[in-house]
Design a protein around this ligand. Structure first.
Ligand code: HEM
Length: 514
């Protein structure tokens, strides 16, 4: 029998057992939430969209309502399509909706112990507490000098090589989190480039792996050799794990050496590392098991800041740039406000933020108009059977927050398909899209306050100094690009061109000074 046939039979057997088992376990007489018609045995496996899932799922949301149910080869998937449903379940019933599904591929790729993928429990709670303390609203202003310095470097780079704007935004986004985590030495050029390189390679590997959901259905396949047809993803996952290890260890080990030499500069990880060192506990590679645990904890905290914060911040700023190209009126209004409040003799600072109301609205509207994580980022997972509005949600359901449905909900946002920053002004009073952007409930983004400040100062600085304009054709006419967006956990524009035209004659000297 061929290896293909073995896999096929194994899949069918697992599926049949899974379905039988699931049928036996349905404890409630209540119906599942509505959803598109399922196929016999396969459920929604064939109809669940692979490309741009948020688009099709949001269309279904209009038909089936706030909560939808899918059965993917015997596994329950529940999609939440409204702010009310996400608040009711992810927030108010957070005790049973805050875990994460166990995804085989993440384990193999070396991400299993990252807090974003940890199940709800003690281990996760320790990270959660650490970040709530160090990145909470009271502490986050400590990072403003870092963000401001990187924002100044961003506009300087933009002035020097405007066509490389995407790369400059990436250096800004990764640079801020790298420096916040490990200090300025570890975010210096060579080390920043090293992190960017690893991150890019990991992203390529992810794309190479493709759809690996079959591994969750048949987890035993991870023990099969990767040369079998269809299992090359196992080999790629192992390569990813090696890259992930390097990405995690190298900045951390550099910082450890600095701390041992008494040369480390302040950062979120430096402080606790110095404490460990001060306590006189062996700090070199032979340290005792408790210290190993402690070091691993700090190493992972640093890694997740860079991993979860770099790409998402870059995506947010790239989506903002795309919006400015497509909606020049909003850009002009924001720049008028900056000229009025900040003037043309200095660059924006954090102290201007509360006076730059329209600029804030532009940031929020960029997040609403094109959410960086259109399906809520990482899925949640339910740990108890539950009933909601007369519907049964089984224990062990994967829960997706459909951010796209939340931010285009006509019951909440008037003309949601228009880019209208003014919708957040008191006279319109539409709700900020923050819960939709950063998730909801106990697993809400741990870095949201830092992220918001990073995105704000970057866009305020860019708007102060540049007009973001379409490129010119051969006749000197502006041609607005047809921007396409990627569709994965995050969604950002595919490569496009635009011009950053200096709008302030004093720009050169201002940028030199900073
Ligand atoms: C604009 C930038 C960012 C966006 C759009 C974003 C978005 C998200 C989303 C949607 C989630 C999933 C929330 C949920 O499961 O309900 C998340 C989780 C997370 N984010 Fe962010 N994020 C951003 C920046 C950051 C930064 C800068 C950091 C760290 C410094 C960070 C750290 C985390 C962590 C640790 C989690 C996992 C939380 C948990 O599982 O308990 N994020 N983020």
């Amino acid at each position: 029998m061929s290896s293909h046939a073995v896999l096929y039979l194994a899949a069918l057997a697992t599926l049949a057992l899974g379905l039988l088992w699931r049928g036996r376990l349905k404890k409630s007489r209540l119906p599942y939430p509505p959803g598109p018609p399922a196929e016999f045995l396969l459920g929604h496996a064939r109809i669940f969209p692979r490309a741009e899932p948020h688009v099709q799922i949001t269309q279904w949301a209009r038909q089936y309502g706030d909560v939808m149910y899918f059965n993917i080869l015997g596994k329950s998937l529940v999609v939440l399509n409204s702010q009310t449903a996400t608040t009711d379940l992810l927030e108010k019933r957070g005790a049973i909706y805050s875990s994460r599904p166990h995804l085989q591929i993440f384990e193999l790729a070396g991400w299993g112990s990252l807090p974003v993928f940890l199940p709800y429990g003690k281990e996760w709670a320790r990270y959660h507490k650490f970040f709530a303390h160090t990145l909470g609203p009271k502490r986050v202003s400590e990072y403003q000098p870092v963000q401001l310095r990187h924002a100044h470097r961003l506009v300087r780079n933009m002035l020097d090589a405007p066509s490389e704007f995407s790369r400059h935004v990436n250096r800004y986004s990764v640079g801020v989190v790298l420096e916040a985590a490990y200090g300025p030495d570890m975010a210096a050029d060579a080390k920043l480039e090293r992190t960017i390189k690893y991150t890019e390679e990991i992203t390529e590997k992810l794309a190479e792996m493709g759809d690996t959901s079959f591994l969750d259905l048949m987890p035993f396949l991870v023990h099969f050799p990767s040369w079998l047809p269809g299992l090359r993803c196992l080999a790629v996952a192992k390569e990813t794990s090696k890259l992930q290890q390097k990405n995690e260890h190298e900045p951390f080990d550099d910082l450890r050496s600095r701390v041992s030499e008494g040369q480390a500069q302040p950062s979120l990880i430096t402080g606790p590392l110095e404490e460990l060192n001060k306590e006189g506990r062996s700090f070199d590679k032979q340290c005792g098991s408790n210290d190993e645990e402690e070091l691993k904890f700090l190493r992972i905290c640093g890694a997740i800041m860079v991993g979860a914060g770099g790409e998402t911040t870059w995506t947010s700023i790239m989506n903002f740039i795309a919006a400015m190209l497509l909606f020049p009126n909003a850009q002009v209004k924001a720049q008028e406000e900056i000229d009025r409040v900040v003037g043309r003799d200095r660059l924006p600072e954090f102290s201007d933020r509360s006076s730059l109301t329209f600029v804030q609205c532009v940031m929020w509207e960029s997040w609403r108009y094109h959410p960086p994580a259109p399906l809520g980022g990482t899925p949640h997972y339910s740990t108890e059977d539950d009933e909601y509005n007369g519907m049964f949600i089984p224990k062990g359901s994967t829960i997706l927050m459909n951010t796209t449905a939340l931010v285009t909900d006509e019951r909440v946002y008037k003309n949601p398909h228009l880019f209208m920053p003014e919708r957040y002004l008191p006279e319109h009073g539409e709700p900020l899209p923050m819960n939709a952007t950063f998730g909801n409930g106990r697993r809400i983004c741990a870095g949201r306050h830092l992220a918001e400040a990073s995105v704000w100062i970057a866009i305020a600085s860019l708007l102060a100094l540049f007009e973001i304009r379409p490129v010119l054709d051969g006749d000197g006419k502006e041609v607005t690009p047809d921007i396409k967006f990627t569709s994965a956990i995050t969604s950002h524009p595919e490569p496009f061109q635009c011009r950053f035209v200096p709008r302030n004659p004093k720009l050169g000297s201002l940028v030199e000074k900073c």
